[in-house]
Write a protein that binds this ligand. Structure first.
Ligand SMILES: Cc1cc2nc3c(=O)[nH]c(=O)nc-3n(C[C@H](O)[C@H](O)[C@H](O)COP(=O)(O)OP(=O)(O)OC[C@H]3O[C@@H](n4cnc5c(N)ncnc54)[C@H](O)[C@@H]3O)c2cc1C
Ligand code: FES
Length: 275
């Protein structure tokens, strides 16, 4: 059982929690995630550890309300307990001084991107970050990202903040004006597909952090499998980051959509029960 010590809304659908988990805080590195379960029979969902504080023994999770479990989590308040948090899981991000790194974060993908941006800056990289969202009220963690980036470009689909356009428009503007040594993309699978097509065109090595469906988080159930360089990999133990140019994004998109109808029905029944 893990106590919630702080809760804050970053936008209408995105909540930030600080949770007591001293053992996880001690071992966590940038790129790690946890699997969270609410209630004894709850579904398990993966969430990136956005930051950890060794003094308070807390970890920060940022969660976007999309389906039943993320809604249940967002309803918890300060001093409530989360039944299970397992982690840290996954391979930490490999960080060194690459030179100039172009980071692209879409929607809640900015939450897992933040610890990577911070570590890249600490290692002496020049960091350029493109933050993209559908509209102004969905742009999150701008202040924190600015603190560790040399340049920040904000793109909104509707032009309500920053520049009007997609994340790829902001990235291409940067790529055309300076040499980029590495790109990192985190966001919805469809965004990562198009950002990696763009960097492939300009021959820029690129990493993508995948948001596949997960169940056990230990490489045993096969729920999170993806094809990378035509080989089967498991996001929970081999990832979550992979060479973006080798990922079969079409297969990932198909697998992510496989449960959509059931998930929507579950959310509908949950909403009716809670209204
Ligand atoms: C390694 C890893 C790290 C992650 N880190 C975070 C994080 O830090 N914060 C966070 O909010 N989420 C994160 N996710 C995604 C998160 O796990 C899912 O959003 C969550 O499992 C949804 O569970 P649910 O039961 O609320 O919704 P579900 O009922 O499973 O989904 C409902 C509907 O929401 C949509 N949906 C589900 N997941 C996503 C998604 N990832 N992107 C866009 N649409 C989606 C689909 O249309 C789906 O049908 C991460 C995923 C992985 C694999
Ligand atoms: S979640 Fe089961 S194999 Fe990765």
């Amino acid at each position: 059982m893990h106590q919630i010590l702080h809760k804050e809304y970053l936008s209408e659908k995105v909540v930030k929690f600080e949770i007591l988990a001293p053992q996880i805080a001690k071992k966590r590195m940038a790129g790690h995630f946890v699997i969270v379960k609410i209630g004894q029979k709850g579904e398990r969902i993966p969430l990136t550890i956005s930051s950890a504080n060794l003094n308070t023994g807390t970890i920060t999770l940022i969660v976007q309300k999309v389906g039943v479990t993320s809604h249940k989590l967002a309803m918890l308040e300060i001093d409530d307990y989360i039944t299970d948090i397992v982690g840290p899981l996954g391979q930490p991000t490999h960080i060194e001084n690459f030179g100039t790194v172009l980071c692209a974060g879409g929607g809640v993908g900015v939450a897992p991107l933040l610890p990577i941006v911070e570590e890249l800056k600490k290692k002496g990289n020049r960091v350029i970050t493109v933050l993209a969202a559908r509209s102004k009220d969905l742009v999150i963690l701008e202040k924190e990202i600015r603190a560790s980036s040399d340049q920040v470009i904000i793109m909104t689909d509707d032009g309500s903040y920053g520049k009007k356009g997609l994340v790829t428009n902001g990235m291409e503007e940067v790529i055309l004006n300076q040499k980029i040594d590495l790109a990192i993309t985190i966001g919805p699978a469809i965004m990562m597909k198009f950002t990696s097509l763009l960097t492939k065109k300009y021959i820029i090595p690129t990493l993508a952090s995948l948001n596949s469906i997960m169940v056990d988080g230990t490489g045993m159930c096969g729920a999170c499998r993806v094809s990378v360089s035509n080989k089967t990999k498991f996001v929970c133990v081999d990832g979550p980051e992979f060479d973006a140019h080798q990922i079969d994004f079409d297969e990932l998109l198909m697998r992510l959509g496989g449960y959509q109808e059931d998930e929507m029905k579950a959310l509908d029944s949950y909403s009716k029960l809670n209204n």
